[in-house]
Design a protein around this ligand. Structure first.
Ligand SMILES: [Zn+2]
Length: 212
């Protein structure tokens, strides 16, 4: 039973990674993805150095939340410390997606939050996606700061770097990453015509109840 859950997660991670690649949210060997394995107190994470669309399910590395590698023929993603820190500090998070997707990263470069400018942002709870100060890739500190900023949120931007999206499932984390990228693009385009009007918290609640 336990084994089948891990195997199921491996296949879902592969499908999610393919989705991120197909939607152009990741390019080359950029980005990483992981899923919590609750019954083992562990996570499955992308191996380092491989493009997202070229990772077979068995290549995902099984890492205990204390950092011990349980199973894996390749080294885990360089952002492993960040993923571990988020799972340790955010029990509600079961999956993490990190990308350098273009439009969200543009906001991270300028240091402007992505905000709820359209229905889809509201559906995915993206009221205001803050930009964290510059943090060193692969550092524990990045994980600590990301985990803190994820209080009541599903995504954060990393200054001059990219974004982190989370979910209760792998599929949800991927959909949040896509919604974030599309929202950034909408906000950018709208700003060319005039100052965008942002959806209010009250309106967010109504949209969450009724859907898109
Ligand atoms: Zn990165």
């Amino acid at each position: 039973m336990m084994q089948s859950t891990v195997e199921d997660l491996r296949v879902r991670l592969k499908n999610a990674a393919d989705f991120l690649f197909q939607k152009s949210l990741v390019r080359g060997i950029e980005g990483n993805i992981s899923a919590r394995v609750p019954e083992l107190g562990a996570m499955l994470i992308k191996p380092t150095g491989l493009p997202m669309n070229k990772i077979p399910p068995e290549d995902y590395v099984l890492v205990k939340l204390d950092g011990t590698i349980i199973e894996g023929s390749k080294p885990p993603s360089k952002e492993t410390p960040m993923h571990l820190e988020v799972y340790r500090r955010r029990p509600e998070v079961n999956a993490i997606v990190h990308t350098h997707s273009k439009m969200a990263t543009v906001f991270a470069i300028v240091g402007k939050p992505v905000r709820a400018v359209w229905m889809k942002a509201a559906v995915y709870g993206l009221y205001e996606v803050p930009v964290l100060p510059f943090l060193r890739s692969g550092s524990v500190e990045m994980g600590v700061e990301v985990a803190k900023a994820l209080e009541g949120r599903r995504a954060v931007l990393l200054q001059n770097h990219g974004s982190v999206s989370v979910g209760k499932t792998i599929e949800e984390a991927c959909n949040v990453a896509l919604a974030l990228e599309e929202t950034a693009e909408m906000q950018f385009l709208a700003s060319l015509i005039g100052p965008p009007r942002f959806i209010t918290l009250d309106e967010m609640e109504i949209i969450k109840k009724t859907g898109e």
